[in-house]
Design a binder for this molecule. Structure first.
Ligand SMILES: [Zn+2]
Length: 370
């Protein structure tokens, strides 16, 4: 059995760091290709382009078409090759970043990710998630290497919608709980081995950071200000969660989150929001978690506004037959839901979802009476 940890080569986080992007890109090449959409360019374009120019680099700009599809990655890679770009820089949300990663691999050039929202843990990861043209998730690739540089400007993150920041906390909250499960069963992680002690320590730090600073950080981001709590939670959402999930492991929280979009009512939710409900479901499956720890996690989710009930994920009144669809997908052969030291079946997932909804409603009722 081997243990494997994978990570980006350099991680840079701070207020205003985007004004230094040219200096960092100059360490990797002379002609960066920047992939972004018009909205993101409107927000950070002048800062990025001025910094690249000041570093004496020639830039190739490409407008992202909005969906992380294989054909979009092929189109952009073709441009990168034709223009002789030597660094692929994705600036924006997860889909832009995932496409830019695929382009770097296809064109054989360096890879840089610059998330403008902290809604999930893709920026540091070696994986790209693929969608079809209609926006349905169709799978993912894990590339042979992680980004060369990840740059996170905390002011840009704090200026973004708070909903994205909270969704990132949902994705990050699952990291330790799933890594712990996968470690107990020695399940192989995305890095291709079992978790290292370092991977597990980072996952645990992610969890502790969120519970200690998440509520404070959310309040600050609502005001678009950067406080030490925001710095800590951005690091948890992006770096610790990214390393923790990829070099730790995944389990039922993500299996449920990934199955939820098969119900049309759930399509509009962000990944981390669905993971938020998946976390409560996983807690209701686990026979080892102390009740007070379960309450602490559910209460945290309620405090920051993550979904904890069926109503929160637009499934109020859903019956067992439709929940079974989720259970069947989540518990399919080879699913990550089998990375637990106990047996997980479609029916046990359905039961856990029903228990999760009741638990979430009960803790919400208690919270509103306080
Ligand atoms: Zn995730």
């Amino acid at each position: 059995m081997k243990a494997v940890l994978i990570a980006p080569r350099k991680y840079v986080q701070g207020r205003g760091v985007l004004s230094e992007i040219g200096t960092y890109l100059a360490m990797l090449g002379r002609k960066p290709m920047v992939l972004w959409d018009p909205c993101v360019k409107g927000l950070v374009g002048s800062t990025v382009l001025a910094s690249i120019k000041a570093a004496g680099l020639e830039v190739v700009e490409v407008e992202f078409q909005g969906e992380s599809t294989r054909s979009e990655a092929a189109r952009v890679a073709e441009i990168a090759k034709r223009e002789g770009a030597d660094v692929s820089v994705g600036i924006g949300g997860g889909k832009t970043l995932d496409t830019a990663k695929a382009v770097a691999v296809e064109a054989g050039i360096k890879m840089v990710t610059v998330p403008t929202i902290a809604s999930n843990d893709s920026p540091t990861s070696a994986a790209s998630v693929w969608y079809d043209a209609a926006g349905n998730c169709i799978g993912w690739d894990c590339w042979p290497f992680n980004p060369d540089i990840v740059m996170v400007d905390t002011q840009v993150i704090a200026n973004a919608p708070v909903r994205a920041f909270v969704a990132g906390m949902g994705d990050a909250l699952a990291t330790w709980l799933e890594a712990e499960a996968a470690f107990k069963t020695r399940a192989t992680n995305l890095a291709g081995g079992v978790a290292t002690m370092a991977g597990m320590a980072l996952a645990r730090l992610c969890f502790d950071t969120l519970l200690a600073h998440g509520v404070e950080a959310k309040r600050a981001v609502e005001l678009h200000v950067v406080t030490p709590a925001v710095d800590k939670v951005v690091e948890a959402n992006v770096l610790l969660s990214g390393l923790g999930f990829e070099s730790g492991g995944l389990a039922t929280a993500h299996a449920v989150a990934n199955a939820l979009p098969s119900l049309p009512e759930c399509k509009r939710f962000m990944h981390g929001e669905k993971v938020g409900f998946g976390v409560i479901t996983q807690l209701c499956l686990d026979d080892e978690k102390p009740t007070d720890e379960i309450y602490r996690i559910v209460d945290f989710e309620i405090a920051v506004g993550l979904p904890v009930t069926f109503a929160d994920v637009n499934l109020e009144g859903i019956g067992r037959p439709r929940l079974k669809t989720i259970g069947d997908i989540a518990a399919a052969e080879g699913s990550i839901c089998h990375n637990h030291p106990f047996k997980v079946t479609s029916d046990s997932i359905v039961d856990a979802m029903i228990a999760a909804d009741a638990l979430g409603r009960e803790r919400k009722r208690l919270a509103s009476n306080r």
